[in-house]
Design a protein around this ligand. Structure first.
Ligand code: SAM
Ligand code: SF4
Length: 543
């Protein structure tokens, strides 16, 4: 390290001074990486990043000015930040981006200035960016098929991005990182084509698990997990070699032997890397975010503009870092949590969407005349009726109703259950800090699996093909409760309420199982059908 370091930096370099207490959290994580969003604007409209009708932009006066960006950067670098990534929105559309980079370059102690860009303006700007001091580039590219690219980003420009990537390689950036958000049914079929790109080019293609943010219609089924991607790639490239990565690296990296480049996976959803997280984020409007998936923010802009001293700013930053949680809330909680759309965060409510509204009343089929199970009557010739049990035979033995003559109709059912957890277990579940792991993730899968097993568990239930099953959770803070909701749909001859009820029951039991080491005082209650449609009679429970 050069001899012109400020004394403090030299001491830190020589490990005499501990890392800044302000940037160290309660779990010992040192935050030496700052991601700064330079703008909320973008020249693309990626489906996974922003809602179709755009986002409400912050008025310009409330965005950080050039000098505010630099003041904050200087402060963070002075405290030990070694890497700053400029992001957005699209950082390369900010007119002063070159000035910002040139000024950042002057900061002693700052080792890396990186940019994440959609690549649209890259080929044109790159020589100047390099001169200014840019030393690391990530370029987003989600498809190698021009028409698909345009569908995903809702704009034209595929060839400009490719040109930007080639220019970055030509100018000696190595590796050039290419970020690809993988979405089921959209670009998962291109994994091998992206891997093939690394044969001749010094690229690091990073497959990113699709993450939920406000307005991006995230759905568990659209996410392709790291393991699934890896399995798929390994079928073609069984010798794919795992590479060693630094402790704070987010990507798990691999290489096909003999290829120039490599591939990486950003597994934020299936295998978070909270334990080694060293990053902080500042939004374009000057809010410090200590966790990408947390919604707590503190306005550094307002503190700056109030004329606060650096010491006061540091106290506020330190307090925010001190509140950083051990890990984020887990993918299902995240998908149901209020957060900014990605474009307003600049990093790598939204419901976990089921495209179906289970409460929609569907038309009733005229042919659907009997409802197995309850109150069906035998009508005699004299017009009198007698109650007939449909699930027993003449000898009173259990018998399954023959539904073979019925015409299949579309049927839905929604059920709900409440798990009263008590304060300790509730808090641990909410913060995803249960020793057994992500309870809601496990409960969701168990609920869905259980719905498919219903006929194997409930003797007289008919096996039916489920078109769809979903399990979601709401956290009820005042009651310290997790409320489980399951919706099932089939196109069949019998209804799916047993499937929905089984799903919520098993998901609730799973939550119990995940929490029982913390407390046995857990009550599963209020298991009920909320609605069902498509059978002889629709049902909608009134609140
Ligand atoms: N406009 C620049 C770009 O596209 O590279 C920088 C900003 S963009 C928000 C930063 C990165 O976040 C991009 O690589 C993008 O692919 C990724 N990203 C955005 N939304 C995402 C999501 N829902 N899931 C995973 N990654 C996402
Ligand atoms: Fe723009 Fe980047 Fe978001 Fe796409 S991912 S809309 S390019 S900010």
């Amino acid at each position: 390290m050069s001899c012109c370091l400020y004394p403090q930096e030299r001491l830190r370099e020589e490990s005499i001074l501990p890392f800044s207490a302000f940037l160290t959290d309660n779990f010992g994580r040192r935050h030496s990486y700052l991601r700064m969003s330079l703008t909320e604007k973008c020249n693309l409209r990626c489906q996974y990043c922003m809602p179709e009708d755009g986002v409400k932009l912050t008025p310009r006066s409330q965005l950080l000015s050039t000098s505010e960006v630099l003041t904050l950067a200087r402060l963070f670098v002075q405290e030990g930040v070694e890497k700053i990534r400029l992001t957005g929105g699209e950082p390369l559309i900010r007119p002063d981006v070159l000035d910002i980079i040139a000024e950042l370059r002057k900061l002693e102690g700052l080792k890396t200035i990186a940019v994440t860009t959609n690549g649209m303006n890259l080929a044109r700007l790159l020589p100047k960016l390099k001169d200014a001091g840019l030393n690391l580039i990530n370029i987003s590219l989600d498809s190698l098929v021009p028409a698909k690219f345009e569908f995903i980003v809702r704009r034209k420009g595929f060839h400009k991005v490719i040109e930007g990537i080639d220019k970055a390689i030509e100018m000696g950036y190595n590796p050039v990182k290419v970020n690809c958000v993988v979405m089921r049914g959209l670009n998962e079929d291109e994994l091998l084509d992206f891997v093939a790109l690394t044969e001749k080019k010094p690229l690091e293609v990073r497959f990113i698990e699709y993450m939920p943010f406000d307005g991006n219609k995230w759905n568990f089924k659209k996410m392709v997990s790291y393991q699934e991607m890896l399995d798929h790639i390994r079928q073609q490239w069984p010798n794919l070699e795992k590479l060693q990565t630094g402790q704070t690296e987010t990507a798990k990296t691999f290489k096909v032997p003999g290829f120039k480049g490599q591939v990486g996976f950003i597994t934020s959803m299936s295998d978070h890397f909270c334990g080694s997280c060293n990053r902080l984020r500042i939004t374009a409007d000057g809010n410090l975010k200590v966790c990408l998936f947390g919604n707590s923010e503190v306005s550094l802009r307002d503190v700056l503009r109030s004329g606060a001293s650096n010491e006061e700013l540091l106290q506020i930053i330190g307090a925010a870092v001190g509140r950083k949680k051990k890990q984020h809330a887990g993918m299902f909680s995240i998908s149901q949590m209020k957060n900014r759309p990605m474009i307003l965060i600049g990093g790598l409510s939204h419901n976990q969407s089921s495209s179906e509204d289970p409460s929609v009343t569907l038309g009733q089929s005229a042919s659907d005349q009997t409802l197995p199970g309850i109150d069906v009557y035998n009508t005699h010739l004299d017009g009198t009726t007698e109650e007939k049990l449909t699930h027993t035979d003449a000898q009173g033995r259990a018998a399954m109703v023959d539904v073979g003559g019925k015409v299949p109709t579309r049927r839905t059912a929604t059920a709900r259950a409440t798990v009263l957890l008590g304060p300790t277990a509730f808090q641990l579940l909410r913060d995803n800090q249960l020793a057994k792991g992500d309870a809601l993730a496990v409960a969701q899968l168990s609920g869905i699996m259980a719905s498919k097993q219903t006929s194997a568990l409930i003797p007289l239930c008919h096996p039916l093909p489920l078109d769809q099953a979903s399990v979601t959770f709401d956290l009820d803070e005042p009651q310290n409760a997790a409320v489980v909701t399951a919706s099932c749909r089939t196109t069949g001859r019998t209804g799916v309420e047993m499937e929905a009820l089984t799903a919520v029951s098993v998901a609730a039991l799973t939550i119990y199982d995940m929490c029982k080491a913390v407390s046995h005082d857990i009550i599963i209650t209020d298991v009920k059908l909320v609605s069902k449609t498509g059978g002889k009679r629709d049902f909608h429970r009134h609140p």
